[in-house]
Design a protein around this ligand. Structure first.
Ligand code: CO8
Length: 267
């Protein structure tokens, strides 16, 4: 795997823990970090020994591991952007963000602390969000005279509905983890020290299922989301057909009928 300046990657038990580590800037996303995320996710996707990716934030410069997930895009880099440079920055981010959303592995954001602006947006590009009790979510962009530009105007409305998305984006209000859970922005809230164990336990549970079927289910959900229901259900039937040609289908159903535990592989 490549070496990174702003990321840490650890792989164990088929789980990749990808940590955004810019302690001096509360893990804000600059161009270099976005490029590194793209390289890391491309390399992860090519590895058969990784089934789930957990994305989290590293400690700040005072070693506080729960201060910040990602405090946004890097404001010191954006301050002098021309319109063309801003567009390029947004498009650069969209590549790793779409990878998180569409890669065959499941992606879980373990949100520890600030998830503001681009931080909230990168968590929303993941399949699942688990928050620590001290997590804070918000889209403060219009207060800076810009708009959410890493997919926030689109993904937030899809996750929590248009009314709540508009309120959060127009007011720049930050919300705590409990409110994020209440409105459906996060799947689970846990004590700080339980964040990584909970994310890893969920990853292990997902890995214990048929990984190929999980990846096909992910593709079916993602691809069907913006389709009309008739075409979406037809697309699902086609993907269902593909899963019926696998070892895991024969093994999973055979094991059920023989009343034994299934030994699922990844095909
Ligand atoms: N960018 C750059 N540096 C940052 C950022 C950031 N987003 N956030 C924090 N930092 C830096 C601070 O400048 C500070 O650096 P230094 O120690 O050198 O002065 C260091 O991190 C620590 O920050 P604070 O001292 O401010 O820490 P506090 O605990 O007092 O406050 C906050 C923490 C509340 C998180 C505060 O830092 C803050 O408000 N940060 C900015 C949050 C924000 O507005 N985020 C949204 C940014 S805009 C965005 O994400 C747009 C995404 C889409 C772009 C699309 C382009 C096309």
């Amino acid at each position: 795997m490549s070496e990174f300046n702003n990321l840490k990657l650890e792989v164990a038990d088929e789980i990749a823990v990808l940590t955004i580590a810019r302690p001096a800037a509360l893990n804000a996303l600059n161009s270099e970090t976005l490029d590194e995320l793209n390289v890391a996710l491309t390399e992860i996707e090519a590895r058969d020994d990784i089934k789930v990716v957990i994305l989290t934030g590293g400690p700040d410069k005072k070693d506080n591991a729960f201060k910040s997930f990602v405090a946004g895009a890097d404001i010191s880099e954006m301050v002098n952007f021309t319109a063309a440079q801003a567009r390029e920055f947004g498009m650069k981010a969209s590549v790793p963000f779409f990878k998180l959303m569409n890669m065959r592995q499941v992606t879980i954001a373990a949100v520890n602390g600030f998830a503001l602006g681009g931080g909230c947006e990168i968590s929303m590009a993941c399949d699942i969000r688990i928050a620590s009790e001290n997590a804070t979510f918000g889209q403060p962009e219009v207060g800076l005279g810009i708009i959410p530009g890493f997919g926030g105007t689109q993904r937030l409305a899809r996750l929590v509905g248009m009314g709540r998305a508009k309120e959060l984006i127009f007011t720049c209000d930050s919300i705590d983890a409990a409110e994020a859970y209440r409105i459906g922005l996060v799947n689970k809230v846990v004590a700080c020290e339980e964040l990584m164990p909970t994310a890893k336990a969920m990853a292990a549970k997902i890995i214990s299922k048929g990984s190929y079927a999980v990846s096909i289910a992910k593709a079916a959900i993602n691809n069907g989301y913006d389709m009309d229901i008739k075409n979406a259900v037809e697309m699902e039937a086609n993907l269902f057909g593909i899963t019926c040609s696998t070892h895991d289908k024969a093994e999973g159903m055979g094991a059920f009928l023989e009343r034994r535990a299934a030994n699922l592989t990844d095909f």
